[in-house]
Design a protein around this ligand. Structure first.
Ligand SMILES: C[S@@+](CC[C@H](N)C(=O)[O-])C[C@H]1O[C@@H](n2cnc3c(N)ncnc32)[C@H](O)[C@@H]1O
Length: 292
């Protein structure tokens, strides 16, 4: 079965004939890291986004640096099953500027702690999954990560499939990383239902890590970005702090106490952008642990 057939079987429509004439949020995300593959339609929209919110590439990098730090922290805690949901594929060449940091994959970080750890990349975008798969073809077979096409809002089907295929087990904790994926889903209720299902399903000791765009620090800029994407038919939906915090349910914080949702660059003390103003990240981060 090819990727398009795989998607159709999961209810994910095949990319339309004009897919490459229209901009894609996943390809624009790559552009902020200098990764190749942007098309003219992406470049046009990227220019409009930059004029609405010049900090957008910095915001993407803040998010990515946080992703790598949290992956490291959870792997160091001994979690050896990692679901990278809405993984994207913005992987610059190691030699390009700050590429050395951002060229790291989730599995590169996790497998420094456990060679046999299971890492599963999940995305709804056919191109992202195809690129991830071709990259993973070169990974060592014993611990080869998987890349699957799935819609995060179809959580029950995703988890059932991963268990049936032997990629995930319910016997030990899982780190579910949802970094900058939920703002791209227009339906609030579906997001809440998917997260509720995930929290119920995950074994005790599992981690839920979320970053989410917000307009709390710079409403005018973020609303302009939302309008620019909206004009191209791309849903982008920032949330306020309280709505983002509610996605963690009643789980406690990674470091104890109630879950903290803080501006992304300030979540981890050793974040390389820890001193930038909050409006630059335009997002909150939180990490919660399922009680035993
Ligand atoms: C901005 S990128 C985030 C990349 C990465 N998580 C990071 O933090 O650097 C958002 C990704 O979410 C994916 N995405 C959007 N909606 C999704 C959905 N419903 N299910 C799964 N992935 C989705 C997009 O295709 C895109 O690759």
């Amino acid at each position: 079965m090819n990727l398009v057939q795989e998607g159709l079987a999961l209810g994910i429509p095949a990319p339309g004939p004009d897919a490459h004439q229209r901009p894609s949020a996943a390809r624009i995300h790559r552009m902020w890291f200098g990764t190749e593959g942007a098309l003219p339609a992406d470049e046009d929209l990227a220019r409009k986004i930059l004029s609405a919110f010049p900090c957008e590439p910095a915001a993407a990098k803040i998010n990515r640096a946080h992703h790598l730090l949290i992956t490291e922290a959870l792997a160091a805690r001994g979690i050896s099953q990692v679901l990278d949901i809405g993984c994207g594929d913005a992987l610059p060449r190691p030699q390009s500027g700050d590429g050395l940091l951002f060229a790291q994959n989730t599995h590169d970080v996790v497998q420094q702690h456990s060679r046999s750890a299971s890492v599963i990349y999940v995305d709804i975008d056919h191109d992202v999954v195809a690129r991830r798969r071709s990259l993973l073809d070169h990974a060592p077979t014993a611990s080869r990560p998987k890349a699957v096409l799935a819609d995060v809002t179809d959580m029950a089907r995703l988890l059932t499939r991963l268990v049936a295929d032997g990629h995930l087990t319910h016997d030990r904790p899982v780190a579910a990383l949802l970094h900058d994926v939920l703002p791209w889903i227009p339906d609030d209720a579906r997001v809440r239902d998917a997260l509720a299902y995930l929290r119920t399903w995950l074994p005790p000791g599992s981690a839920l890590a979320i970053t989410h765009a917000t307009a709390d620090f710079s409403p005018t800029w973020v609303e302009r970005v939302q309008d620019v994407y909206g004009e191209e038919g791309i849903a982008f939906r920032p949330l306020d702090r309280q709505s983002i915090t509610s996605l963690f349910g009643d789980w406690g914080d990674l470091y104890g106490g109630p879950v903290r949702t803080v501006p992304t660059a300030r979540h981890q003390r050793n974040h390389p952008f820890a001193t930038v103003p909050d409006y630059v990240s335009a997002a909150y981060a939180g990490v919660a642990i399922k009680p035993q």
